[in-house]
Design a protein around this ligand. Structure first.
Ligand code: ADA
Length: 580
């Protein structure tokens, strides 16, 4: 939910910072205020802001004193973190206000002790200690179940927001391409309110439709209409509207919130994915939120460049591998018309290197608390992004050991949970188990990651493609009604490294592998999408297979093109978004 109306006080900027190697801060009551010479910038990860902190993944403290000008009378003050982690505890004016687990979903706490026309102190403890029970799991910075750097800190915006005592708690919006609109609004108030429903241009300036409902009872209220004359949202015409909801008491406005919405529908049937009734082909990337010095924060200019680069390459989609991306990031997907597969931070690519025994893996994934924790992060992710037109599908998990029955069951439970939370979107998950996968039956769309010609059949792209195609024919034969997306394929290439004939790690080898994969895969009608791994090079744990970065980007980390970018661009131009 967004708001043009609610007063907002940004806490971005320089904060006091202190590493707490021995985790003594709470005992020594640092939450009352601590001494330190160190400064840090929020939002951004801590690691690259000072080379001394680069390899640190434990407990660190943040502190900021801010002046409060706003009148707080009759108001509720909230502190909102759009993403910090892995575990965050917050104190305001020495009083504990709340804690949260998970780096990639937003959270907020009510504050009742703010001083107005005065300074207030916020102290935040962030604990990024790797753990096998964290989502995703890791033993330490270099031994992780995932192939991206384990950055720590307050890496997304943080701010205070003020609401009236009568306010809108939540909004769930469903649409279709014919102008159907269903809004479920949750109102917190002691009395019935007047509800103003406005559909306007995306910037709120010109009104398309307006209706006032009088005497709406507090709690959950459902509003359903068919609105004539609205234009559908699609990658080619990403028509966005603002749906504004206002509540009034005795003729006075008390709250106003909005969401940017699109009129569109998604359906999976007969081996195809349909958007607004037309079969689509998803072409694009697996991405990461990763940038030099900023760490896990992608600043606005980088996001803008990324979307223009993806557009120029004729991509139309991406997966939020391997965690939900920031609101700013997904706002641009809505705006530029990208189809997004939204994925929670359940990433297990390297888990079999950490837990070798199948019984131990089965045990981890069968734990009741583990399932509950996964459900919690999924529900937070859906709550945050459920109203976005760009999000057309959910990926339950990435590369789990889904050839183990207990793990398949875990996926089944979570896939069901997605449907309970949001029946409007199809589900998938990114599997690397190919024909051995036991969980493909639980989801609507089959997504597969293949590195044949890289991690196997190395040096021999043709052999790799051949063996992948044989697996794909078999998978499609078993489930002909399910569309298949190749959610990852690619090869590392170090920019400037050339070789004729193409050898591994050269720009030529990467370009050749991508070309051969796309040419072979796009000929098969059961393939509904191709996502190259990765859009840009990104930082990883240190190990002998990585050169500081994972180099599978078709762009470098600073967004300069490799040879593959040019070739991919021309391949994507020949693949239309709508296939019929
Ligand atoms: C896995 C994983 C990715 C990625 C890739 C690679 O398939 O899903 O996170 O990093 O491997 O490059 O090895």
């Amino acid at each position: 939910m967004k708001s043009w109306f609610r007063p907002k006080i940004s806490l971005e900027g320089f904060w006091k910072f202190k590493i707490d190697e021995d985790d003594i801060g709470e005992k020594e009551e640092w939450f009352r205020g601590f001494e330190s010479e160190d400064l840090i910038y929020v939002p951004s990860s801590w690691n690259e802001q000072n080379p001394r902190w680069d390899q640190f993944s434990g407990v660190a403290w943040y502190q900021k004193d801010f002046y409060m000008r706003e009148n707080l009378e009759g108001k509720i003050a909230w502190i909102i973190f759009e993403g910090a982690g892995y575990k965050t505890k917050v104190w305001i004016n020495e009083k504990f206000v709340g804690e949260h687990e998970g780096s990639f979903t937003s959270f907020k706490f009510k504050i009742d002790n703010l001083k107005t026309r005065d300074f207030n102190r916020i102290v935040v403890k962030v604990d990024n200690t790797p753990s096998m029970y964290a989502l995703p799991p890791a033993v330490n910075l270099n031994v992780a179940a995932f192939d991206f750097f384990h950055y720590g800190g307050i890496h997304r915006p943080v701010y205070l927001e003020l609401t009236d005592q009568n306010y809108i708690k939540d909004l769930t919006i469903n649409t279709n391409s014919e102008g159907y609109l269903k809004v479920s609004v949750n109102i917190a108030s002691g009395k019935p309110v007047d509800l103003n429903v406005i559909l306007s241009s995306k910037d709120g300036t010109s009104i398309v439709y307006r209706e006032i409902l009088s005497g709406v009872e507090p709690g959950e209220h459902i509003y359903e209409r068919k609105i004539d004359g609205v234009k559908p949202w699609s990658p080619e015409t990403p028509n966005l509207y603002a749906l504004i909801l206002e509540i009034y008491l005795n003729g006075n406005i008390r709250d106003s919130v909005y969401e940017r919405i699109g009129f569109r529908d998604v359906e999976v049937k007969g081996g195809k994915i349909y958007l607004n009734g037309k079969a689509i082909f998803m072409k694009g990337f697996g991405r990461h939120e990763d940038f030099t010095i900023f760490g896990k924060y992608l600043p606005g200019p980088v996001l803008i460049r990324d979307f223009y680069l993806m557009k120029r390459m004729k991509a139309n989609s991406f997966r939020t591998s391997h965690y939900p991306y920031s609101s700013e990031h997904l706002d641009l997907a809505d705006e530029f018309g990208f189809l997004v597969i939204l994925e929670p931070p359940l990433c297990y690519s390297g888990i079999e290197r950490i837990i070798a025994k199948r019984e131990d893996l089965a045990k981890l994934f069968s734990g009741e608390n583990y399932v509950a924790k996964a459900k919690r992060v999924i529900s937070e992710m859906i709550r945050e992004h459920k109203n976005r037109p760009s999000v057309i599908m959910y990926s339950v998990i990435n590369e789990p050991p889904s050839d183990i029955p207990e793990v398949a069951e875990f996926i089944g439970k979570l896939a069901m949970y997605f449907k309970e939370m949001d029946p409007s979107r199809p589900t998938t998950f990114a599997s690397h188990k190919s024909v051995r996968d036991l969980a493909l039956g639980y989801v609507d769309v089959i997504s597969l990651n293949f590195y044949r010609g890289w991690y196997s059949e190395w040096g021999n792209i043709d052999e790799g493609v051949k063996s992948m195609m044989a697996d794909l024919e078999e998978i499609s034969r078993r489930s002909p009604e399910k569309p298949i997306i190749i959610t990852e394929f690619g090869a590392d290439a170090i920019i400037g490294l050339h070789s004729d004939p193409p050898n591994m790690w050269s720009e030529e080898y990467q370009a050749e592998l991508i070309r051969k994969y796309v040419e072979a895969l796009s000929k098969r009608s059961f393939i509904a999408g191709l996502h190259v791994w990765n859009f840009a090079d990104f930082r990883t744990p240190q190990n002998p297979g990585r050169t500081i970065l994972n180099r599978k980007g078709v762009f470098t980390r600073d967004r300069q093109p490799k040879m593959s970018a040019l070739i991919l661009s021309s391949l994507f131009s020949n693949l239309p978004t709508f296939t019929e």
